[in-house]
Structure formats: C-alpha cells, structure tokens
Write a protein that binds this ligand. Structure first.
Ligand SMILES: Cc1ncc(COP(=O)(O)O)c(C=O)c1O
Length: 396
C-alpha cells in the first residue's frame, strides 16, 4: 500500500510549487480589478488578451444594472435545483429568449456550461448507444461521454473522412450522437459542419454542437456555428455557455421540444445542482438584448480579429488554423512558451500559456483572444510587445 496523498507532492503539483517559488507561475493569477480590456495585477495595469469576454459586456452599465435589479427583486440565490424550488420566472424567460435566438423549439438553462455538456451527453447516450467526438473537444464533452453508459469513440480533429470511417467500422444496436465544438477553444478553428452533417445523415446519427465560443461570435446575428454555415435545421442540439459572450455564468442546451423535456427530467447535472442565481440570469438576458440591438459589436469583434491575425502573420508568428477571435501563437517547447508568457506579462500583456496535454507535446502555445471593446491603440501595443518579445526569444 502507498499513501493516497503521495501523488500530491509529485508530478504536476510539484512542478507548480517549484514555479511559484521561482516566481514565474502563470496560473491562478489574482486580478484586482474587474474583467475588461485592461486589468490590474499587483497594482499594475495590463492589457487582457486572455479572456472569453468576446462582446466586452462584463463592465456594461446596462448589464450591471440588470444584475443589481434582479438581486433587488429575487434576492441573491435560489437555494435549490431547477427541478425543485430553484426555477424562477426569469429562468423561464431566458429559456424562451434563447430558444428564439437559436431558432430552436426549446432551451434548458443549467448552472454551468460544463454541467450542460456533462448532463446532456450522459443522459442521452444509453447502454446500446454510441457517442463520437472530435479529438479536440472540450473536457466537459469528454467527461459527459465518460459518464454515459454507452460506448465512446474519438475521430481525428475536424477530419470528416475519419469520422465516416469510424462510423462505418463500428456498428451499434442503439443510436449515435456526434458531438463537436463549433469553434475549438484552443486552436480557434471552426468545425466543418456541412461535411459533418453529410456523414451524420449517411449513418443516421444525431448532431450536438458546443457553441461556447461561437455564440456572440459566429453567424450574422451571433447565433453560432449553424447560423454561420446556414445549416440551422440540420443540427439537432446546440449547447452554449453564459461564461463567455454573455458575461455571466451558466449554460444551456437547445433543440427539439421532446428532447429538451427528456433532458430536463433525466439529467443529473441539472436535477441535483442548484440553479443559476438571479443576477447571473438577468445578466444573460441583458447581454442578449444588447447583442440583438447592437450588431455593430460583432463587426467590431471581427475588425479586431482581422487586425490581429494580419498583424501576427506579418510579424512572422505561427497562428495555426485560427479563423475566429481565438488566435493561438504557437511557440513549441514548454520552457520557451513559459518564457514568452513571462516576458509578455512583465511588459504589460496578459494571455494564457497552454502546454501538453492540452495540446500535443512540443506544440506549446499562447492562447490569445480578442474582445469587441479592445481599442486599436491597445491592440497596437500588444503587437509591438509581441514583436519585441518574439525577437528577444528568437521566435521571429
Ligand atoms: C468549448 C467549451 N465548452 C464548454 C465549456 C464549459 O463552460 P463553462 O465554463 O461555462 O462551464 C467551455 C469553457 O471553458 C468551453 O470552452
């Protein structure tokens, strides 16, 4: 027998301790100000290019007022799950607004995006069923498939031939669910939905798209990946989060009425967890209204994306296959990635270093992401800093 806690002083946590002691630990950094285009850390202002705040609504006065008004009307929390005492009229109002916005029959609000994926997949994929997912899907999808009683398989990233092949080789007696991120959270590339739909039709499979990074980003109204490709009627389920463009916390699943009713009455992540508090729900309602009334925010977000993608490319950085406001800067070795991150941080720019196992070994990257509210001046400063650090490190 070994001590259960032995692992706690080895591996990842030992490396984290060492990095903290050496003063270059890049995670769990406490921000002293609110989430915005600039943040204050250790009393110093830095430009934030490491958030998921695509529409920049976290500091919008209308959004903050809606959250405060909801606290005045409903109080601070719900103290129970949606199933029992935790459903408020604003949860239902939000579900109706989301169903309309997503052009789906019905929507169901969960307390986090993570739980939405976990609860939905694990309840839909029964013993005889098969769930197939992209190799770069988010961890919450992976965990949902692990919890499901049915079998799970992975296809190569965004490779529809591999998906087709996998489904041809693996027969099932039950049903099949294909799950993919709409926008991939590290690479910023977009799922090949048109081809995925053809494969799903061929094999009689259902499709679920995780639009965590696509809502408020892709499509002419910001309704996500299916709207972007004009294939809304061909997607069965769309999942979204409130923790990114909607400046809050929570998630939802949208689809056909009977499917949503089934999830509502069987998903353990919904039934056995307290519902999102009134302020979080009211925040989303306010963000949705702003998104619908101010399409220029989407335009500004895309202006910022194009400016940065062009800027990095001209400087000679490798931005992988990014097609959205998530732009990875591929560095390579872990040490170089951390060193690059540290120099950026010291020069007033905050982003996220990502190493294996989140990306393949030797493919360490800096995940940068952009907001509609970043100014051209802020973005120019970011590019200047990348150029300076890139030359110091010898990446460009
Ligand atoms: C693709 C994707 N799906 C799901 C989630 C989980 O969402 P949340 O953070 O709202 O729980 C995330 C968040 O990181 C994500 O990036």
């Amino acid at each position: 027998m070994v001590d259960l806690f032995e692992k706690c002083s080895q591996g990842k946590s030992a490396r984290a301790k060492q990095a903290i002691e050496e003063g270059w630990y890049p995670y769990f950094i406490a921000i002293e100000s609110g989430a915005d285009t600039t943040v204050t850390i250790n009393g110093q202002e830095k430009i934030m290019i490491g958030s998921n705040n695509y529409l920049g609504l976290t500091q919008d006065d209308r959004v903050k007022k809606a959250a405060k008004d909801a606290i005045d009307k409903f109080g601070s929390g719900c103290t129970g799950s949606r199933f029992l005492n935790g459903t408020l009229t604003i949860h239902e109002e939000l579900e109706e607004r989301l169903a309309d916005f997503m052009h789906m029959q019905s929507a169901l609000v969960f307390s986090t995006g993570f739980q939405t994926n976990q609860g939905t997949i694990s309840t839909l994929v029964g013993r005889k069923d098969l769930v197939v997912g992209d190799a770069e899907n988010h961890a919450s999808i992976v965990d949902g498939t692990r919890l499901a009683f049915g079998r799970s398989l992975k296809y190569r990233h965004n490779d529809m031939e591999d998906l087709d092949d996998l489904l041809s080789r693996n027969g099932v007696s039950g049903g099949v669910l294909i799950v993919t991120d709409g926008v991939f959270s590290m690479g910023g590339d977009i799922a090949n939905l048109p081809e995925l739909i053809k494969v799903a039709e061929k094999h009689g499979a259902r499709i679920m798209v995780d639009d965590a990074h696509s809502i408020g980003v892709l499509g002419k109204t910001g309704a996500g990946t299916a709207e972007y490709y004009d294939v809304i009627d061909d997607v069965d389920l769309v999942m979204g989060t409130f923790s990114k463009s909607f400046a809050s916390l929570g998630g939802f699943i949208a689809g056909r009425e009977e499917v949503i009713r089934h999830i509502k009455h069987t998903a353990r992540a919904l039934i056995f967890s307290a519902s999102p508090p009134p302020s979080a729900v009211a925040t989303v309602l306010a963000c949705l209204t702003i998104l619908q009334q101010e399409p220029e925010r989407l335009e500004k977000l895309w202006h910022n994306y194009h400016k940065m993608k062009k800027g990095y490319t001209e400087l000679g950085f490798n931005t992988g296959n990014s097609e959205t406001p998530i732009i990875p800067i591929i560095i390579g070795e872990d040490e170089k990635t951390f060193e690059f991150w540290r120099l950026l941080f010291e020069n007033g720019v905050v982003c996220n270093p990502v190493i294996s196992p989140a990306v393949p070994p030797g493919m360490g990257l800096l995940r940068t992401s952009y907001m509609a509210t970043h100014t051209d001046e802020e973005l120019d400063r970011v590019l200047d800093t990348f150029e300076k650090v890139g030359r110091t490190i010898g990446i460009i």
